[in-house]
Design a protein around this ligand. Structure first.
Ligand SMILES: Nc1ncnc2c1ncn2[C@@H]1O[C@H](COP(=O)(O)OP(=O)(O)OP(=O)(O)O)[C@@H](O)[C@H]1O
Ligand SMILES: [Mg+2]
Length: 349
C-alpha cells in the first residue's frame, strides 16, 4: 500500500465504475463529442456501406485509454442497426476459439475485439483470411493426417481497438480499411462531455463549474466523468448540491487534483526534480527513491502525462524539469531554461 494509491486521474477504467461508464456512453454518432475528423470519416464509411447494402470495411480505433474507443464501436453497430459481439485480444487464446466465434456470426454483424494488439499469434493468422476473404480454415485431426477444411463466413465487420497501435503487426494493420486515431480532447470539448453527463446524472452544473473540471481532466472524457462524480459527492455533502466554480475547485483540492490535473504523485515527482535535484538531469531510479515509489510507477503512472503536458523531459542524461514545471510549482526557472526541452505546456493555447 502506498501513499498514492487512490488515483482519481488514472486514465484506465476503475473496477467499480463500469456500470456508470456504460450509462454515460454516447449512443449515436451525433451525441459523440469532439474528434470531428474521426466522426466525419466514420459517417462517410457507414453511410456509403449502407447505400451499397454491404457491411463496411473493418475499422481500427487507436488511441490512449478513456478517449471513447469502446463507445465508438458500440455507436458504429447502433448506426448500422447491427448486433455487436464483444471480445478482447487476451480472451482469444486459441485459433479454435476464434474460428468458433467467427463461424457463429450472422451476416452484417459487428465483431468488436478490444486490445487487439494482445491477440495470440495463431488466432491472428486465422484472422487475416477471415478479414480478407471471409473464410477460415478449420484444421481437423493432428500430425501428418491433419486436414484443413475451408469454411465460408457471413460477411461481417471487425472493429479492433488498441491503445498501442505500434504493437500491431503490419499484416493485421493492413487489413483494416479504415483507421481512426483518437486524440486528447480540448477543454471546450470536455466541458460538453461534462454538461451531457451532468444532465444524465442529475447534477446541477453552474457557471464555470464545468470548465473548472474540464481543465483538470487531462484531455480525457473518462477522467472528466470521474471528477464530475467526485465533485458531485462533495457538492451534496459540503454544499447545496450545486456545482459552481468555487465548489468544483474546493472539491478537487480535497482529491488532490491541481489546476493542470496533476495529482499528488505527479507533483511529488516534479517537486523532487526541481527542489532536490535543481531541475535535473537526474536518473529515474534516483527520482523514484526520492518520492518513495517504484521506478515502474514513476515511469508508467506519472511520467506520460508530465511529458505530454510539457513539464518533464526524458533526455539521454536523465529526467529534466522544463521551465513550465518550475513556474507551476511557484519557483523561478534558472536562467537558460533549466533543461534542453521546450518550455511550452499543453495548456498554452
Ligand atoms: N466523445 C465522447 N463523448 C462523450 N463521452 C465520451 C466520449 N468519449 C468517451 N466518453 C466517455 O468516457 C468513458 C470512457 O470511454 P470508452 O470506454 O469508450 O473509452 P476507451 O477508449 O474504450 O478506453 P479503454 O482504452 O480504457 O478501453 C465512457 O463512459 C464515455 O461515456
Ligand atoms: Mg475500451
Amino acid at each position: 500500500m502506498t501513499e498514492f494509491e487512490e488515483d482519481v486521474v488514472d486514465p484506465a477504467v476503475l473496477p467499480d465504475e463500469r456500470d456508470v461508464e456504460n450509462s454515460l456512453r454516447p449512443r449515436q454518432l451525433d451525441e459523440f463529442v469532439g474528434q470531428p475528423k474521426v466522426r466525419e470519416q466514420l459517417s462517410l464509411v457507414l453511410e456509403s456501406a449502407m447505400r451499397r447494402n454491404r457491411p463496411p470495411d473493418h475499422i481500427l480505433l487507436s488511441g490512449p485509454p478513456g478517449l471513447g474507443k469502446t463507445s465508438l464501436a458500440m455507436i458504429v453497430a447502433a448506426e448500422l442497426g447491427a448486433p455487436i459481439r464483444v471480445t478482447s485480444g487476451p480472451a482469444i487464446e486459441r485459433a479454435g476459439d476464434l474460428a468458433a466465434l467467427l463461424t457463429s456470426l450472422g451476416e452484417g454483424e459487428v465483431l468488436f475485439v478490444d486490445e487487439i494488439h494482445r491477440i495470440a499469434r495463431p488466432a491472428e493468422e486465422l484472422l487475416y483470411m477471415a478479414m480478407e476473404d471471409f473464410r477460415v480454415d478449420v484444421v481437423v485431426g493432428k500430425g501428418p493426417g491433419a486436414t484443413a477444411i475451408p469454411l465460408d463466413l457471413a460477411p461481417f465487420t471487425l472493429i479492433g481497438a488498441t491503445t498501442r497501435a505500434g504493437l500491431l503487426t503490419g499484416p493485421l494493420r493492413d487489413r483494416f480499411g479504415f483507421t481512426a486515431h483518437m486524440d486528447f480532447y480540448d477543454p471546450d470539448e470536455l466541458e460538453q462531455v461534462l454538461r451531457r453527463s451532468a444532465d444524465l446524472l442529475g447534477v446541477q452544473l453552474r457557471g464555470d463549474g464545468g470548465a473548472e473540471i474540464a481543465s483538470r481532466s487531462r484531455g480525457t472524457p473518462r477522467i472528466a466523468n470521474r471528477l464530475l462524480r467526485r465533485v458531485r459527492d462533495y457538492a451534496e455533502v459540503r454544499a447545496d448540491g450545486v456545482v459552481t466554480t468555487a465548489v468544483a475547485a474546493a472539491a478537487l483540492a480535497v482529491y488532490d487534483v491541481d489546476e493542470l490535473g496533476l495529482d499528488r504523485l505527479d507533483r511529488a515527482v516534479l517537486d523532487a526534480l526541481v527542489r532536490r535535484f535543481g531541475g535535473g538531469p537526474v536518473g529515474v531510479g534516483t527520482l523514484a527513491v526520492a518520492v518513495g515509489e517504484e521506478v515502474e510507477t514513476v515511469e508508467e503512472v506519472a511520467e506520460p502525462f508530465l511529458v505530454r503536458a510539457g513539464l518533464l523531459a526524458r533526455t539521454p542524461r536523465g529526467r529534466v524539469a522544463t521551465p513550465a514545471a518550475w513556474t507551476h510549482l511557484g519557483a523561478v526557472p534558472p536562467p537558460g531554461g533549466g533543461g534542453d526541452s521546450p518550455g511550452r505546456t499543453l495548456f498554452d493555447a
